[in-house]
Design a protein around this ligand. Structure first.
Ligand SMILES: NC(=O)c1ccc[n+]([C@@H]2O[C@H](COP(=O)([O-])OP(=O)(O)OC[C@H]3O[C@@H](n4cnc5c(N)ncnc54)[C@H](OP(=O)(O)O)[C@@H]3O)[C@@H](O)[C@H]2O)c1
Length: 287
């Protein structure tokens, strides 16, 4: 029997990339994609019902409350999805011996480090979103034996809402753009993250725990925007600004580069540099 994989949050950018890659790769895995309308992870009865009627070897949790600024005033919903939803998923996975692959974030750190964050570094989220994502991790660790929590950063793709798509849209609307240049991190293409998730499943890896994954290298939002425009042959003028000049409801870590040594050695992989991947993504978009 083929390995059975449940994917939650099927309309999000990560899940859409997953579906895309799965179709292209023709993998020997059976996927069931469920959107929020089909499975609300905060609804225990729905979860119970689905798991009672299907067997899943893996559940990839792409469902999350991801509106970082909105979460500051809508903390109840953020808590409900990112904490309770993660807990209920962990409980049902434990009951049915399903391995959970859960996605978390660099926003669990406060950004005061001068070195890339390791999985064992102290967490100290600055925002409601970061707090709820951290509490979600803790609920999984407490309630489930077989889990992979993958913290990633600055996700972008051809789908949904993300920085790359916002910059491409704004370039059509404005002659000049101001972009924050003093927050350092690493853009991560959803397709590269999905390849790692496939590798975890196909290799039947059992080294459960927390992992960091991002593309390699580091940059700031201004230089990320510059690269997006350069690779797309866009001439819109870009100006760097400090964080104080672009106030947002949620505070973001000033430095959130992730150390990916653990996942590289566990899966024996090389991780592409963010610029190389971005070039390919944008050239595919133009063709
Ligand atoms: N985006 C980033 O820059 C970034 C960075 C680091 C980590 N991450 C993490 O990566 C993961 C994937 O992010 P993404 O960018 O793909 O997010 P996304 O595009 O916002 O997708 C999240 C999906 O979850 C769904 N959802 C919300 N509440 C739900 C519920 N109660 N039950 C079931 N589904 C629900 C959403 O549906 P609706 O749209 O209908 O609400 C949406 O389709 C998340 O865990 C996120 O925290 C993201």
């Amino acid at each position: 029997m083929k390995t059975q994989v449940l994917v939650t949050g099927a309309n999000g950018q990560l899940a859409k990339t997953l579906r895309d890659r799965y179709i292209k790769n023709n993998l020997a895995l059976d996927f069931l994609f469920v959107s929020k309308a089909e499975l609300d992870i905060t609804n225990k009865a729905q979860l119970k019902d689905l798991f009672n009627h299907h067997h899943f070897d893996y559940c990839i949790n792409c469902a999350a409350y991801t509106a970082v600024d909105k979460a500051e005033s809508d903390n109840e919903t953020a808590y409900s999805v990112n904490v309770n939803g993660s807990k209920y998923l962990a409980e049902v996975c434990q009951l049915h011996q399903t391995t959970l692959i859960h996605i978390s974030t660099d926003f669990v750190f406060d950004g005061t480090s001068k070195f890339p964050y390791k999985e064992t570094d102290t967490t100290k989220p600055l925002s409601v979103y970061g707090i709820t994502k951290l509490k979600g991790e803790q609920a999984i660790i407490k309630n489930l034996e077989k889990y992979f929590i993958i913290r990633t950063s600055w996700l972008y793709s051809e789908y949904g809402h993300n920085f790359m798509k916002t910059m491409l849209r704004l370039a059509q609307e404005k002659d000049q753009l101001h972009v924050v240049s003093d927050q350092i991190g690493t853009p991560t293409y959803t397709g590269d993250l999905i390849e790692v998730i496939f590798k975890l499943i196909i290799s039947r890896n059992e080294n459960y725990g927390i992992y960091h994954f991002s593309n390699s290298g580091e940059t700031n939002w201004f230089d990320f925007a510059k690269a997006i425009f350069e690779y797309s042959h866009i001439k819109t003028e870009l100006k760097p600004i400090p964080t104080e000049a672009y106030p947002t409801s949620a505070k973001r870590p000033q430095y959130s580069v992730l150390d990916t040594t653990k996942i590289k050695s566990t899966l024996d992989i090389c991780i592409p540099n963010w610029k190389d991947t971005l070039k390919v993504v944008l050239s595919n978009r133009l063709n």
